[in-house]
Design a protein around this ligand. Structure first.
Ligand code: SAH
Length: 360
């Protein structure tokens, strides 16, 4: 399928040569007119994929409990900013704020949402207007205040570059045109990138999540200077690894990543170890990563499911149990161990709820 964005990318390649994967992902997801997140609400059963907060209200509620306990650990500052990066439909924050109002009735947080999609901003406004959120295009405009930031399935959408190892060094993986010019195709740069000093076996692919690391550094500097913590939940790996995790999803199915630019979601697995190293290099303290299963169970998922089940019909009770299982299932089909939770925080915070301190 050719898309309107395909024509633009083809013209760019014809004019100035193959583009990096970071440029490709940036255009596919964020192009002002044809970008995937600009043009649609991708979430839910009728969208392209389903996220944890859309599976069950319990997910956001437990995040609300986490925020309440983290705020208490910070010494309960009155001027707390709650920040969400990529809030999607606003479901997570709506559920979190409801739980937070019960767990920390004295807290009157200022809500800040970092979101580029006009479509999703409208969804967020519909669910969160009572909390009078302020929207931001980027984190630079966030207030200088103690903050608790939450990012669920956000870092995975940020552009990455990839490099392939060969005899002469690391060659960047580029997006160019196939033989007849009618489709996009992967290729490699003609010369190796001599700035990369990593070692790895020939043929192996390495992913450099530059945008995610820049963001982690900037957020880390903020919590080190102003207090607070950043919680990231995403699918990814706790140990650095080689291999290609770039994937495109449309209507709940995997599609080839170059086939439908702008019409499919594009993500890569989050490299939590690289993210953690970027944050600690700025002076932040690291907590986790742990499997999503352990994180949610430590926050009381079972108890919350039982509590909800008590007032429910048998059919609703089955749905609650199924949702809890899906969020914690550690088989390949579940989210329990594919997803990880990790926080980086002001080093004055020695312990955070449900996340063990990491060894430096
Ligand atoms: N957290 C939500 C949505 C995840 S989808 C959930 O769990 O359901 C990714 C979200 O990040 C969307 O809201 C998307 O619009 C937003 N997003 C993607 N790239 C972004 C960027 N560069 N800056 C700000 N928001 C971005």
């Amino acid at each position: 399928m050719t898309t309107p964005l395909f024509a633009e990318i083809r013209d760019e390649i014809l004019a100035s040569g193959p583009i990096g994967l970071d440029r490709y992902m940036g255009l596919c997801l964020g192009h002002p007119v044809h970008g995937y997140y600009r043009t649609r609400d991708p979430l839910g059963a009728r969208g392209d994929f389903v996220t944890a907060p859309e599976i069950s209200q319990m997910f956001g509620e437990l995040i609300g409990i986490w925020i309440a306990a983290t705020w208490a650990a910070m010494g309960a500052p009155a001027d707390l900013a709650i920040v969400e990066l990529g809030p999607g439909r606003g479901t997570l924050m709506q559920d979190a704020l409801r739980a937070l109002a019960r767990a920390a009735p004295d807290l009157r947080p200022a809500l800040h949402l970092v979101e580029t999609s006009p479509t999703l901003r409208a969804e967020q406004a519909a669910r969160l207007s009572a909390a009078a959120p302020t929207w931001h295009e980027r984190i630079e405009t966030l207030p200088q205040a103690p903050m608790i930031a939450v990012a669920n399935e956000f870092f995975d959408a940020l552009p990455v570059r990839q490099f392939q190892r060969a005899e002469r060094g690391w060659f960047e993986r580029l997006v160019g045109l196939g033989p007849d010019g009618s489709a996009l195709a992967f290729g490699l740069a003609a010369e190796p990138d001599t700035r990369i000093t990593a070692t790895g076996p020939n043929g192996v692919l390495m992913t450099l999540p530059g945008a995610a690391l820049d963001l982690a550094r900037a957020l880390a500097r903020r919590v080190v200077a102003g207090g607070g913590a950043v919680l990231a939940i995403d699918y990814g790996h706790a140990r650095p690894g080689f291999g290609d995790s770039l994937q495109a999803v449309r209507e709940h199915r995997f599609v080839p990543p170059l086939a439908e630019p702008g019409a499919a979601d594009l993500t890569t697995h989050v490299d939590f170890s690289a993210l953690g190293r970027a944050a600690t290099a700025e002076g932040a303290r690291l907590h986790g990563p742990v499997d999503q299963r352990d994180f949610l169970l430590a926050l009381g998922l079972r108890e919350r499911a039982e509590r909800l089940g008590r007032d429910a019909t048998p059919a609703q009770r089955d749905a609650i149990t199924a949702a809890a299982t899906r969020l914690t299932d550690t088989s390949r089909r579940g989210m329990g161990s594919l997803f990880k939770a990790m926080a980086f925080a002001d080093p004055a915070l020695h312990a955070l709820p449900a996340l063990p301190a990491s060894r430096p």
